[in-house]
Design a protein around this ligand. Structure first.
Ligand code: ADP
Ligand code: MG
Length: 407
């Protein structure tokens, strides 16, 4: 049961959004040097827009006539895609808009989704320009798969849509503190990790989650490529947006199709302006539902919720994660871990071995929703590597809400 590869009609029209300041600041040159010709040879027409400031892309896709494009492609790090996803979800026609196929070309320093796509294609890990070329080929093939999004609710009542991660503690601190090492590219996370290890600290708070109903039916860590291309039975059945069961679509067949998921939005959450209802979540000022698991430990080194495999180009943090498995892979590290063990974990993470080290401080659970309430008044929480308002936060996964050009 491999992916269904239907014939792609040409010419395709891509809108490419490029952040000239992402990564080492060479995204435009990298695009011209590695990707432009590839697109030409594949018979893909494109319009390139260089972003002029933060949120430029977000505003642009919020207003754009999406019927003009077969895909929206982001050449930057994960931050620019975060803008685009949220811009699409801020539209009145979000249900259709978020079905626009998205594509990623790694041009930033944090290219976790690009690394995940490359990983899911079954190829050996590569980085920098080789990753860009791989993602360029994947883009030219134009096969669309479904992509989970997680709705993230902040204490300010703001709701964000996330495709990658929600992080607190060590990981989010490194993410933000390492921005100043941007000139070293993807290595900024290695530098940041070593700096943070030297001043390791404990983060206090309360963590609760809703485990996946039937953990035994979920894929294991050593899942084969063949398995992940299968639909996971019922994994998205409780989501607002049931999928049509097909992973492979052509761009032509998928854009503006009438299989747009229907929302069960009879009772919209007070938190949401647009988007599917977070039917698993109680309001943040009320306790979590009684059947949730409340973590007894309140001292953490890190908490990270992931929905893709990679946290950075060389960090295979959730090896079992798939684009549309409908699962939040929650990993937390309890306080008390030694610096040496933590370093060992991060080193093992490059190949995804950190979850097999039998370290008693590491916990990995598959969940549908979670809530985190930090006790300290100040700190850093990131969503897809971007800084968000600090404070209580909760999240729920919405399976297959978006689409992504992958493999
Ligand atoms: P990197 O991986 O290098 O951090 P990102 O894509 O994450 O690259 O972009 C970093 C930040 O820059 C994001 O917050 C994004 O919203 C913002 N941004 C996008 N376009 C611009 C621009 N033209 N000028 C400044 N910042 C931008
Ligand atoms: Mg970034």
């Amino acid at each position: 049961t491999g992916a269904i590869q239907l014939e792609v009609k040409r010419p395709l029209k891509f809108l490419i959004l490029l952040n000239p300041h992402s990564g080492k600041g060479h995204a435009h040159a990298l695009f011209k040097g590695n990707v432009q010709r590839m697109l030409q040879d594949a018979g893909i027409q494109h319009t390139l827009i260089i972003t002029e400031r933060q949120n430029h892309a977000r505003e642009l896709v919020r207003e754009a006539d999406l019927s003009k494009w077969d895909a929206l492609v982001i050449m930057s790090g994960d931050g620019l895609l975060f803008e685009v996803v949220n811009g699409l979800m801020e539209r009145e026609d979000w249900e259709e808009a978020i079905q626009t196929p998205l594509g990623v070309l790694p041009g930033g320093s944090g290219n976790a989704l690009a690394a995940s796509i490359h990983h899911f294609s079954g190829l050996q890990a590569v980085s920098s320009e080789e990753l860009l070329i791989s993602c360029g080929f994947i883009l030219c093939k134009g096969l669309v798969s479904q992509l989970d999004l997680t709705s993230v609710c902040l204490a300010s009542s703001q709701r964000l849509f996330s495709f990658l991660s929600l992080a607190w503690g060590f990981v989010s601190d490194v993410d933000i503190e390492s921005e100043k090492y941007r000139h070293v590219g993807a290595a900024r996370f290695t530098v940041g990790t070593l700096v943070r290890l030297a001043s390791l600290r404990v983060y206090r708070g309360k963590l609760a989650y809703l485990p996946t109903e039937n953990p035994m039916s979920q894929p294991s860590l050593v899942d084969s490529t063949a398995t992940f291309r299968q639909r996971l039975p019922q994994s998205n059945s409780d989501s607002c947006c049931p999928s049509n069961g097909l992973l492979g679509h052509t761009l032509q067949n998928s854009s503006n199709s009438n299989n747009t998921p229907k929302s069960k939005q009879s009772n919209p959450s007070p938190l949401s302006v647009f988007g599917p209802t977070d039917f698993l979540l109680n309001p943040l000022n009320q306790p979590v539902p009684g059947h949730w698991t409340v973590v007894q430990d309140e001292d953490f080194v890190l908490v990270v919720a992931m929905y893709q495999s990679h946290l950075a180009e060389d960090m295979l943090a959730a090896p079992a994660s798939r684009l549309d498995d409908g699962i939040i892979h929650l990993i937390y590290v309890k306080a008390g871990i030694s610096r040496r063990s933590l370093l060992h974990l991060f080193l093992a993470m490059e190949k995804g071995g950190h979850l097999n080290t039998n370290c008693p401080h590491v916990v990995y659970v598959k969940v549908k929703a979670l809530r985190l309430e930090p006790y300290s008044p100040k700190g850093i929480i990131t969503v897809d590597g971007e800084l968000v308002d600090y404070g209580p936060v909760q999240a729920q996964i919405h399976g297959s809400l978006a689409r992504l050009i992958a493999w």
